[in-house]
Ligand binder design. Structure first.
Ligand code: BEZ
Length: 212
């Protein structure tokens, strides 16, 4: 198991899931992907997270992002648990959950942190670009459910900054002003960003979202 870092190629795998055997790269196709792990089936925080993920699926779809979850229990257990998630969270889980009983994918992605728990996966998130490179890694403890608004927010930033020479400031949300990339001199930025460039400091230049 090698440490995965930003910019690395996301390891491919074929795994049993709640929707049958799937190959990760085939499943992603040429779009974006989000792979996120859960400590175990039939646990309360995970139940709310998967219900929330299902409710957010249309937002991920809009951004061409395919979701794949993971938990270290088997596919039969996942499918029983999904019934509970659908019932209690009033939704339909509509994406696959990897049945990682042999810890193959968890090990590949370093999702088990033995000093936190030596058998269960922590709450890892990997966002993978269409080039299959890892664009974002988050690691949360079992006791803290993730914020799916933040995941959408960071995907908006990743997709914007992949195509425009900008970066997104603290607490940025889709449509708000962005920062001009430090590598672009202000005179060039003024030609590129026709909506205007505000130079607050030579290194801090703001411009309206070029896609808004
Ligand atoms: C949960 O998903 O609720 C959970 C799982 C493992 C430890 C603590 C909470």
């Amino acid at each position: 198991m090698a440490t995965i870092r930003l910019g690395d190629t996301a390891p491919d795998f074929t795994a049993e899931t709640s929707q049958g055997t799937l190959n990760f790269y085939d499943y992603l196709g040429d779009g974006w992907g989000i792979l996120f792990s859960h400590p175990a089936d039939f646990t309360p925080v995970c139940t709310t997270e998967l219900g929330t993920a299902a409710k957010f699926k249309s937002e991920f779809d809009k951004r061409n992002v395919k979701m794949m979850a993971l938990s270290v229990d088997g596919a039969d257990s996942h499918n029983e648990w999904i019934k509970d998630i659908n019932e209690t969270q009033e939704t339909l889980v509509n994406f696959p959950i990897i049945a990682d009983e042999d810890r193959k994918v968890s090990d590949l992605y370093d999702m088990i942190h033995p000093n936190a728990d030596d058998t269960l996966t922590v709450r890892s998130v990997f966002i993978v670009g269409p080039d299959k490179k890892v664009k974002l890694i988050l690691t949360y403890p079992a006791s803290t459910g993730r914020n799916f608004y933040e995941l959408l927010r960071v995907i908006d930033s990743l997709q914007l900054t992949a195509h425009h020479k900008v970066a997104t400031p603290a607490n940025w949300k889709n449509g708000e002003k962005v920062v001009v990339s430090p590598s672009i001199p202000t005179h060039e930025a003024k030609e590129i960003f026709t909506k205007g460039v505000e130079e607050i400091k030579p290194y801090l230049r703001m411009t309206p979202d070029p896609t808004a």
